[in-house]
Write a protein that binds this ligand. Structure first.
Ligand SMILES: Cc1cc2nc3c(=O)[nH]c(=O)nc-3n(C[C@H](O)[C@H](O)[C@H](O)COP(=O)(O)OP(=O)(O)OC[C@H]3O[C@@H](n4cnc5c(N)ncnc54)[C@H](O)[C@@H]3O)c2cc1C
Ligand code: SF4
Length: 340
């Protein structure tokens, strides 16, 4: 491969950053990965098994880590500022050093909606209300005193998504299928438990997602209740009482649960919005980074030399993120080829 000179900073070493860096290295570039946490893999490294095939998350993360082992990776490194120069960007790092780059790839991913902001669901107030992230952590560690042989478990969809009051009207796209995946996993762990999903509509757009839904009902007897949860309270024994209206039957529903799981939605990582301000990159109405063209140039920003990959432009699945990361690497290659 040709040894090319430009410095390419990849901000974020989640699966988007790792895959893009891997592809850039294969094209002969020397990307530098900047990761603010102490480890690579981003959110996927926190998940247990992945829809749609229940693949262990480690099967995605470990090969990516191995294939990027030779790439310069600055772990535990924050960015203090990004200064836009004429054709270049000067990135000031938290250790006081700086990196002059000819291209920057934002792969900063997402943050989960803070479920405690929806006080009516009781996260942080009632002991037995947890989030999708807490449940993934339990699948990985088996450590959470709140999960002890539950007899009844509920999942609330659209927490902080499709919700004007929460400031996010967008659909987070992956949480319907994640709820179904986690509901099935709970039934596998606790076959005698009754499991309920409270949803507005089910958005099951991906390959095999509908099969998952059918399996959840047919093989596991999971109850799907269409309707917004109107009230969550705590019973005297510490269990959670959930009231909703089943809009299909027109009847009110009241169930008492040992565990209520809130499907917190996906928002843009706030760091990315700060860097966008610093570099003059546009932000979309939905609060994610704005692509130059949502059809033909999703990985390109409005500024020359700045590119995107993964969830920084909107909620994405793992295969979508990986495909976009490859596309971003090619867009960067094309950018330098056109300038040569
Ligand atoms: C509960 C849940 C379960 C899911 N399960 C599945 C599943 O089963 N199957 C599936 O296909 N998809 C699943 N997804 C979607 C999946 O998590 C995303 O597709 C994936 O995480 C996107 O990767 P990313 O690299 O774009 O972002 P992230 O995973 O968010 O990674 C971003 C990285 O950038 C770093 N970073 C952020 N800001 C900075 C900064 N300022 N400087 C340096 N580094 C920074 C972060 O520390 C992180 O390492 C799930 C999502 C959720 C919420
Ligand atoms: S994917 Fe489902 S749970 Fe998530 S925001 Fe969209 S409709 Fe709501």
């Amino acid at each position: 491969m040709v040894n090319r000179q430009p410095v390419i900073a990849v901000i974020g070493a989640g699966i988007a950053g790792l895959e893009a860096a891997r592809q850039l290295a294969a094209l002969g570039y020397k990307p530098v990965l900047i990761e603010k946490s102490g480890t690579t893999g981003g959110h996927v490294a926190q998940w247990n098994r992945l829809f749609p095939d229940m693949t262990p998350a480690a099967d995605v993360i470990e090969p990516l880590r191995a294939q990027t082992a030779g790439i310069k990776t600055l772990l535990g490194t924050e960015i203090s500022a990004i200064n836009r120069l004429k054709d270049e960007y000067n990135i000031v790092l938290s250790d006081g050093s700086s990196l002059l780059c000819q291209a920057v790839l934002f792969a900063t991913g997402f943050r989960l909606f803070d479920a405690s902001k929806k006080e009516e669901y009781g996260y942080g107030i009632y002991d037995h209300v947890i989030t999708n992230r807490d449940l993934e952590r339990w699948f990985n560690t088996r450590e959470d005193r709140r999960i002890q042989q539950p007899k009844a478990v509920g999942f609330v969809h659209c927490v902080g998504s499709r919700d004007l009051k929460a400031g996010n009207t967008q659909c987070s796209k992956v949480c319907c299928i994640t709820a179904i995946k986690q509901a099935i996993e709970m039934k596998e762990e606790f076959p005698d438990a009754e499991v309920y999903c409270f949803y507005m509509d089910l958005r099951l757009f991906g390959k095999k997602y509908e099969d998952f839904y059918i399996k959840a009902q047919r093989d596991h007897g999971i109850h799907f209740i269409r309707g917004r949860v109107s009230e969550v309270g705590e019973a005297i024994d510490g269990r959670v009482v959930v009231k909703a209206e089943d809009t299909l039957s027109g009847r009110p529903v009241k169930v008492t649960l040992d565990l209520l799981v809130l499907m917190a939605g996906i928002l843009c990582n706030p760091d990315a919005l700060r860097y966008a301000r610093d570099t003059g990159v546009a932000v979309d109405d939905d609060g994610f980074l704005k692509s130059r063209d949502n059809l033909a140039a999703i990985t390109e920003s409005s500024r020359p030399g700045i590119f995107f990959a993964g969830a920084c432009t909107g909620a994405k699945t793992v295969p979508e993120t990986l495909a976009e990361a490859r596309s971003a690497a090619l867009a960067i290659h094309q950018y330098f080829s056109n300038r040569a």
